[in-house]
Design a protein around this ligand. Structure first.
Ligand SMILES: Nc1ncnc2c1ncn2[C@@H]1O[C@H](COP(=O)(O)OP(=O)(O)OP(=O)(O)O)[C@@H](O)[C@H]1O
Ligand SMILES: [Mg+2]
Length: 387
């Protein structure tokens, strides 16, 4: 009996090792191909393109970002399409692991290569007059001048973006020197850095300019990171959970600052958070992501008052204070599917309390209720005779 057990275990181990060997071989092939492509010179006509709508600053069009890991391919972002209109704030919301950060890292091409790769899609950045560049195909050198100048990012933990052994002032001046299109002198650069610290609500701007990051409080550091992000007048600011690492009162101050800045600067903001309340306070549009896909998007007020996708409805109910009469906080049953083995049908089906027979079919197409509100769910497709 013990012998049969041992044999069975050996068979399972052999099968698993064989599977891992195949994955390793296939990954090695993909990485070789990646480096070959990287060496190729990219002609301008490969990345110069036009915006679908010149009113947008960025168009994320069918973005697919995968990670080739030793245990299989993680489909982290799986056909995401989002428009970011000029001067507007778009909030991206979803549970942990749904692909919010990978979407933003893809935009800035900061993925951990060659494991992480954009496999398909376009990222059109408006360069003026409806002209655009596709960031997916942009050569690495041109991409590094897009970062910080056209698009900047505010990360969750300020110390990950600040160097602890360099003063705040030196770090700010360095960013401006790198993108010094206006040919500013050293004195003009430091004056602008100090002025920017004032803009983000730091009273003792000159003192902070000379300080090291660890000498500042968490809220102050996050203000410095926001000042850094604003230095070169970017067209788009990506804020990835900018308040999560801060305590509640500081969170409120930083949110207030971002709201104020929105009036002052003429930039679009992509605001990533898992907190629907934050989106309600900051965003014009909301995008709800689930397991690497957009399940619902639309005007923030409309989505808040009429959430359609069962996942959005669940998120609304699981907010503290969401269901006013509920005694206990609601939580969506089950968990996010394994991103290595995603099913062919709706990813939310196994957790959905509203599923219908049609949900056994293929992944639902997005259904547009109006020009902004879209939902990928069979309940609405069937209502409209689609599906
Ligand atoms: N370097 C990596 N290698 C392998 N898988 C990764 C890597 N980075 C992210 N992933 C996977 O991609 C998926 C999306 O991750 P992502 O960080 O975008 O989630 P998120 O929505 O930002 O979550 P959170 O709210 O926790 O920040 C997850 O399944 C994650 O495990
Ligand atoms: Mg994240």
């Amino acid at each position: 009996m013990a012998g049969t057990d041992r044999q069975e275990r050996k068979r399972i181990d052999d099968e698993r090792n064989q599977k891992l060997k195949i994955i390793k071989k296939s990954n090695a092939k993909i990485f070789r191909q990646f480096y070959r492509e990287k060496k190729r010179c990219v002609p301008a006509d490969a990345y110069v393109t036009r915006m679908n709508d010149p009113g947008n600053i960025l168009e994320i069009d069918n973005l697919n970002t995968y990670f080739y890991t030793d245990v299989g391919t993680v489909r982290a972002v799986n056909g995401v399409t989002i428009d970011i209109p000029s001067g507007k704030t778009v909030g991206i919301v979803g549970e942990s692991g749904c692909g919010k950060s990978v979407t933003s890292l893809s935009i800035l091409r900061l993925l951990q290569e060659p494991q992480g790769q954009i496999m398909q899609g376009a990222l059109r950045l408006n360069t003026g007059g409806g002209e655009a560049v596709d960031l997916v195909k942009l050569p690495a050198k041109a991409m590094s001048s897009v970062r910080g100048r056209d698009i900047s990012m505010i990360f969750q933990e300020p110390m990950t973006s600040l160097n602890p052994v360099i003063t705040v002032g030196q770090q700010m001046d360095e960013v401006m020197r790198y993108h010094n299109d206006e040919k500013l002198s050293k004195r003009q650069i430091s004056a602008r850095s100090i002025a920017m610290l004032g803009t983000v609500g730091i009273a003792n701007a000159e003192g902070v300019y000379k300080s090291y990051p660890q000498e500042l409080s968490g809220g102050m550091r996050q203000r410095v990171v926001i000042a850094l992000a604003l230095l070169c007048n970017p067209k788009l600011i990506i804020a990835d959970e900018p308040t999560t690492a801060l305590d509640v009162t500081i969170q409120a101050q930083i949110l207030e600052l971002l709201r104020e800045l929105k009036e002052k600067i003429n930039a679009s903001i992509m605001f990533i958070t898992h907190d629907l309340g934050v989106i309600a306070e900051t965003s014009d549009y909301v995008v709800v992501m689930y397991a690497g896909r957009v399940v619902e998007q639309g005007d923030a007020r409309e989505v808040f008052h009429h959430p359609l996708h069962p996942y959005t409805i669940g998120l609304m109910e699981s907010r503290p204070g969401g269901a006013a009469e509920a005694k206990r906080l609601y939580s969506i049953p089950g968990s996010v599917p394994n991103p290595i083995e995603l099913p062919d049908h709706c990813y939310f089906r196994s957790r959905c309390e509203m599923s219908v027979a049609a949900c056994r079919g293929r992944y639902p197409q997005a259904f547009a209720l109006n020009s902004t509100h879209k939902v990928a769910c069979y309940r609405y497709l069937l209502d409209q005779g689609g599906g």
